[in-house]
Design a protein around this ligand. Structure first.
Ligand code: FES
Length: 202
């Protein structure tokens, strides 16, 4: 199944869900039907509402709103899409379409830090598979997975367009070229240290 077909299946699925859903996305019922009582959900809801509130009800701000939610929660939960649709008076299917069109958005929970290991040909011949093994070993996860503490998500890409620097690992958008196994440890340790420092200061 190619990606176009997959996309249309996804849209079809969502339209079907919408017709079966007790929610009317054209009005302001944002949180009904969503499981409540979870502190995490409450926190997410507050953050989403604050973000949407900052932009007012302008439909033109759809992408900016989604970007901010993605940046705050590291993914776009269904309840956030419903809130955005409701507050911006847009059909949910349209919000979903934008959320699935851009690779920068994720509908699946992702970690605080995104680790991307390039497995393109140039990086591959320079040792990317060993680098990936080392990252997997250190994080204890496979590509596509997120650590239990929601700190790291591991992904792979095929080429980042900077082959001369291979093997490359990109963490949170920062390129780390000519990765050696020892450098993997150093870079990940540095990020963990920085995260701990930030948490202490919060
Ligand atoms: S193959 Fe890794 S950057 Fe091109």
């Amino acid at each position: 199944m190619n990606s176009q077909t997959l996309y249309h299946y996804s849209l079809y699925y969502w339209v079907k869900q919408l017709h079966q859903s007790p929610l009317d996305v054209s009005n302001s019922l944002c949180w009904e039907g969503v499981e409540k009582g979870s502190q995490t959900l409450d926190n997410e809801r507050e953050r989403v509402e604050a973000i949407v509130g900052e932009y007012g009800a302008s439909r033109d701000s759809l992408i900016s709103v989604l970007q901010d939610i993605q940046s705050a929660l590291h993914y776009l939960p269904e309840h956030a899409l419903r809130t955005v649709a409701s507050q911006l008076s847009l059909p949910l299917i349209q919000v979903y379409g934008v959320a699935t069109f851009f690779k920068a958005f994720s509908l699946k929970p992702r970690g605080e830090h995104i680790v991307n290991v390039c497995l393109g040909t140039a990086c591959h011949v320079r040792g990317a598979p060993a680098v990936l093994d080392e990252v997997k070993r250190r994080l204890g996860i496979e590509p596509g997975e997120t650590t239990e503490d929601m700190k790291f998500t591991l992904e792979t890409v095929n080429c980042l367009g900077a082959c001369a620097l291979g093997p490359i690992v990109v963490i949170d958008g920062n390129y780390h070229g000519q990765m050696l196994l020892g450098k993997v440890k150093k870079v990940l340790r540095e990020i963990e240290r920085r995260t701990q420092r930030d948490e202490t200061h919060e």
